[in-house]
Write a protein that binds this ligand. Structure first.
Ligand code: TEU
Length: 537
């Protein structure tokens, strides 16, 4: 097998530290807790972990509002706890990717405290400040992703500041070179501590258009796509001038130059954009930008064979030499088995076939904690909501707490997650999915998925091969993956009915060991509900 960097085709397991494992009994997960569960993560056969933010933060957006880029929040532990986590991960053969929320800070960050003081201080230009219009209203029509104007009034400076998310997340001004250097220095701090990569939060939001021109409206007729379940229903403008400015590419190159000083490291950018694929291709082109672009195309509400086939086709045609990182779940969206549900799926069989789909795509893969257990979305009542995004938009949009409830280790009231009062309620229907319940059962979702991951890691064509769509496959998702050491065909049935498709090409042999029961007979691939078929060509 040709040697490839670990991240290319690698599998990353996302840990949301607040909800993974609590070692201190305060009801909030922490780094020591996470470290204690790393052997479990390693047992899944994944290559790396991605840790959502654990930095000092007032936690208005649960860590995506950073007030010190180089400090561990006491809620999560100490710097020594972080070092111990990295050591243990590396001992277990796991790479460590951490979040970097460089686009905005918390309003409690000392940079912002200084910047808002007056218009002449040394950090006056580190954030995006603008005068009101003549009538006192905000400088333009830009909207916050979390609702309302993207501008907040600051009385002391007598100016508005930009915030793409909460008002407590002021947007940094990337047109300021000193600030950019400070962020690169912050990244170097973590690289020197041995981290293997960064997940770059909202990487396309870094620069804004300095002309402060209004954003164009979404054409009527298209706006309904924004009202889909799970999406902020009040967004009615395209984000043209507040994100993805041409200058961004220069900063991607600066970050890449830094990473290139640290061999075997990676940058994966989160790119939520009006033109996602175009942006992903642009951001990962060549060897001097990002290594990977995190794909949102399987994180929305659309699903089903024809939608997924269309996504695969668009990526093959549009990504060029760029490299995607796929995910079906994360800490921002409804858990996939619920989001992609018609209401009658087989709760045992659906999660493994969705994992088979994810692991058959060309690219790297990110799995979200609990996805390997088949967890559905938790039902969090309004009184227990924590996410400000959900509190603002309830009930049209219920926010992100339903995918952030604690991991379930034991089938007990507190899920084996904590001994205290959990920060979000343990979802009772989740208890039967507990790790300790699934471990001893070879047919459990967890064991089927673990087996599948381990099997996939041994198929070079699935890890890094090219992809060619097979036409005429009906409701079956079918493609050929080709690598110098292996060519294989994969056929996947994510529906609840038996599906067949013609197959006339000769196969060398059918592959086994993946746990699925599709078969080839009489010139047809036959797939019972939620089954897959793999053969070497
Ligand atoms: O998410 C960015 C985010 O909200 C996108 O999913 C957004 O919906 C998309 O870009 C719109 O086009 C990240 C974090 O994952 C999230 O938890 C944070 O709240 C957010 O950034 C702000 O830091």
């Amino acid at each position: 097998t040709q040697s490839q960097p670990w991240w290319k085709g690698g599998i990353i397991y996302q840990i949301y530290p607040r909800s993974f494992m609590d070692s201190s009994g305060d009801g909030v997960g922490d780094l020591r807790g996470a470290t204690s569960r790393l052997p479990y993560v390693a047992s899944l056969g994944v290559d790396a972990i991605w840790l959502s933010p654990f930095f000092l933060s007032p936690m208005k957006d649960f860590g995506y509002d950073v007030s010190d880029y180089r400090a561990v929040d006491p809620l999560f532990g100490t710097m020594d706890d972080f070092k111990a986590l990295v050591t243990e991960a590396h001992r277990l053969g796991l790479k460590v990717v951490i979040d970097q929320v460089l686009s905005h800070t918390s309003d409690q960050h000392p940079w912002f405290t200084e910047s808002r003081e007056n218009r002449t201080n040394p950090k006056a230009d580190w954030f995006v400040w603008a005068d009101p219009k003549a009538d006192g209203t905000p400088p333009n029509n830009w909207l916050s992703i979390f609702g309302g104007s993207a501008w907040a009034w600051d009385t002391r400076r007598g100016q508005y500041y930009l915030h793409n998310f909460l008002t407590s997340q002021p947007d940094l001004n990337f047109h300021n070179a000193e600030m950019r250097q400070a962020q690169l220095d912050n990244m170097r701090f973590w690289l020197d501590l041995g981290v293997d990569g960064f997940r770059l939060d909202t990487v396309n939001f870094y620069y804004h258009n300095q002309s402060l021109a209004d954003n164009p409206a979404v054409p009527t007729g298209e706006s309904k796509t924004f009202v889909a379940k799970g999406v902020n229903p009040y967004t009615y403008q395209r984000h043209v001038n507040d994100l993805s400015q041409p200058e961004n590419i220069g900063f991607l190159s600066d970050m890449r130059a830094l990473m290139d000083e640290y061999p075997e490291t990676t940058l994966v950018g989160e790119i939520g954009d009006d033109k996602p694929l175009e942006r992903m291709a642009e951001y990962t082109a060549g060897d001097d930008r990002l290594h990977m672009a995190y794909s949102f195309d399987l994180l929305n509400d659309q699903f089903g064979p024809s939608y997924i086939r269309d996504v695969v086709r668009r990526y093959e045609e549009g990504l060029g030499d760029g490299w995607p990182c796929w995910a079906l779940s994360n800490h921002d969206v409804v858990r996939v088995v619920s989001r992609w549900s018609l209401g009658h799926e087989d709760a045992q069989a659906y999660p493994p076939i969705l994992m088979a789909l994810l692991l058959s795509l060309r690219g790297s893969v990110s799995i979200y904690q609990g996805e390997e257990l088949g967890l559905p979305e938790a039902d969090v009542p309004f009184e227990s909501l924590q996410d400000p995004y959900g509190i603002s938009f309830w009930p049209e949009f219920r926010g992100r707490d339903g995918c952030r409830t604690p991991m379930i280790w034991e089938p007990e009231a507190l899920g084996g997650f904590t001994t205290g009062l959990p920060w979000l309620p343990i979802d009772e229907p989740h208890l039967e999915y507990a790790v300790s319940v699934q471990e001893p059962n070879v047919h459990s979702i967890l064991n089927r998925i673990r087996n599948l991951i381990r099997w996939r890691q041994e198929q070079p064509a699935l890890c890094m091969g090219e992809l060619e769509l097979v036409e005429g496959s009906g409701e079956i998702l079918c493609w050929i993956r080709r690598h110098s050491d292996q060519t294989l065909v994969v056929a996947i049935n994510i529906t609840g009915e038996t599906q067949t498709m013609p197959w006339t090409q000769p196969v060398k042999y059918e592959l086994s060991g993946h746990g699925f029961s599709g078969r080839l007979a009489d010139g047809q691939i036959e797939l019972p509900p939620y089954q897959a078929f793999y053969a070497e060509l």
